[in-house]
Write a protein that binds this ligand. Structure first.
Ligand SMILES: Cc1ncc(COP(=O)(O)O)c(C=O)c1O
Length: 388
C-alpha cells in the first residue's frame, strides 16, 4: 500500500456506519438546504472555537469575502495579508474591489511578521492612494499567527483583523483560539483540511450578534434579517425582501451532517497529529530544519513542512520511492501574474521569497502509522546524508 499524503479513507472507516446514517438521514429528510444539521453544526463549531457565533457558508474563500462585504470594504481600500499563503487569502480582496497589500512573514513560523505589517500600513498611509481597512492573518500549516502582536498593530491603526484559519481551525495560543484576538475567524472545510467535509464548505466565527446577523443576510442574497424588519410590517413574506447585495453561500445540509460526525473526533485527531509531528521532529531535527511552533502555541499540523537547500532533489528522491510530498507554496502570491501589480511591504518580501525555494511538506494526518512514518524519515535521512 502506498503511503497516503492525507488519509481520508481510514478516517471514514473509523467514523463507520453513524457517518453513513447521518448522510442518509439528510437524503431521506429532503431538507437539503438549511436543514436542522446546519444550526446544530454551527452551535458545535462555535463551542469548539470559543466563539459566540459561527456561520456556515459555501467555502473558505467565501468565508473571507463575507466579512469584507459586511464591513463594506471595496474599491480604494487596502487589506494587508501575507503572500506566503494559498491564493484564496488574497483573492478575497479583488472579489470585493479592494486591494491586497502583501506583507512578509516570520522566518521561524511562516506567519505574518508584525514589524513588516506595521511598515506596510505606514507606507500605504504615507502614499495616500489606498485607505487601510483590515488585516488578514493566516494560520499557515496549522499553527496560530502571533495574534497578540498582530492585534496590537491592527488596533494601533484602527483596522479590523481577520484570522484566516482555513488551515488552522482548532489551533490555540496560550489556550485561546484566534477569535480571542481577531474580529472574525474564518475556516475552510475543503476535504483535505484537518476538519474537512465531503465537498466544499466554510465558516465565519464572530463575536458580535448584529455582525453575525449581517453575515446571515449576506449569505442568502442580502435577505432581510430580524434586525432589518424590527418594528416594520410587510404585506409579503420578508424572505423576499432583499435589503443589501449579498450572494448565495449556504453550506449543504449533508456537509453539516458529515462535519458533526468529524467534529466529534477532531480533538482526538489533533492529539494524533501532534504525536506524528513530534516523531518527525525526533527523527529529522538533527539533519534538516523542522517546523518551530510559536511559544505557547498548539498547531493542528495541516502540513508538516521542513526546509532544505536541495528541496527539488528531495522531492525527486521521495517520488522515486513512491513517497508523496508537496510544495506549499512554490510561487508566492505577489509573484503570480494577476497579483504582481498590488503593493508589497517596504523592502519587499525577502523571507517569503527565500522560503518558497526551500519548503517541502511531508505526509501528515492523524492515521499515519509509525511504520509508514519511519519509511519517510529513513528516505529523507538517506537523501541528506548522501548529499552532505
Ligand atoms: C489559507 C487559506 N485560505 C483560504 C482558503 C480557501 O478555502 P476554500 O478552498 O474552502 O475556498 C484555503 C484553502 O485551501 C487556504 O488554505
Amino acid at each position: 500500500m502506498p503511503i497516503p499524503f492525507i488519509d481520508l479513507q481510514t478516517q471514514r472507516k473509523r467514523l463507520g456506519q453513524p457517518l453513513e446514517d447521518a448522510i442518509l438521514k439528510v437524503v431521506r429528510s429532503g431538507a437539503y438546504i438549511m436543514g436542522p444539521e446546519i444550526a446544530e453544526f454551527e452551535a458545535a463549531l462555535a463551542a469548539f472555537g470559543q466563539a459566540p457565533h459561527a456561520l456556515s457558508c459555501g467555502s473558505g474563500t467565501e468565508a473571507l469575502v463575507l466579512p469584507l462585504m459586511a464591513w463594506e470594504i471595496g474599491p480604494g481600500d487596502a487589506v494587508f495579508c501575507p503572500s506566503f499563503t494559498f491564493a484564496a487569502t488574497a483573492e478575497a480582496m479583488p472579489l470585493v474591489g479592494a486591494s491586497p497589500v502583501f506583507v512578509d512573514i516570520d522566518p521561524a513560523t511562516y506567519n505574518l511578521d508584525p514589524a513588516s505589517l506595521d511598515a506596510a500600513i505606514e507606507a500605504v498611509k504615507r502614499e495616500g492612494k489606498l485607505t487601510p481597512k483590515a488585516v488578514i492573518a493566516v494560520d499557515l500549516f496549522g499553527q496560530p499567527a502571533d495574534y497578540p502582536a498582530i492585534a496590537r498593530v491592527a488596533q494601533k491603526h484602527g483596522l479590523k483583523l481577520i484570522a484566516d484559519s482555513a488551515q488552522g481551525f482548532g489551533c490555540t495560543l496560550a489556550a485561546h483560539h484566534p477569535i480571542h484576538w481577531a474580529d472574525v475567524a474564518t475556516t475552510s472545510f475543503f476535504p483535505a483540511k484537518p476538519l474537512g467535509c465531503y465537498g466544499d464548505g466554510g465558516a465565519v466565527l464572530s463575536k458580535d450578534a448584529r455582525f453575525h446577523d449581517l453575515l446571515v443576510s449576506l449569505r442568502v442574497h442580502g435577505q432581510a434579517v430580524k434586525s432589518d424588519i424590527e418594528g416594520k410590517t410587510f404585506e409579503h413574506d420578508p424572505k423576499y425582501l432583499n435589503v443589501r447585495v449579498g450572494m448565495n453561500s449556504r453550506m449543504d445540509t449533508i456537509q453539516a451532517a458529515v462535519l458533526l460526525q468529524k467534529l466529534a473526533i477532531f480533538a482526538d485527531e489533533i492529539d494524533a497529529r501532534n504525536r506524528v509531528a513530534d516523531r518527525y521532529a525526533d527523527g529529522l531535527g538533527d539533519l534538516v530544519s523542522v517546523p518551530k511552533v510559536i511559544q505557547d502555541g498548539v498547531s493542528i499540523w495541516a502540513q508538516y513542512t521542513i526546509e532544505l537547500e536541495d528541496r527539488d532533489g528531495l522531492v525527486a528522491h521521495l517520488r522515486e520511492q513512491a513517497i508523496p510530498s508537496a510544495v506549499y507554496y512554490p510561487i508566492p502570491i505577489h509573484k503570480q501574474g494577476v497579483y504582481s501589480g498590488y503593493p508589497v511591504a517596504p523592502g519587499g518580501l525577502p523571507v517569503t521569497e527565500a522560503k518558497a525555494a526551500r519548503v517541502i511538506s511531508l505526509p501528515m494526518h492523524a492515521y499515519l502509522t509509525e511504520d509508514d512514518q519511519d519509511q519517510v524519515i529513513a528516505a529523507i535521512r538517506a537523501f541528506v546524508k548522501k548529499n552532505a
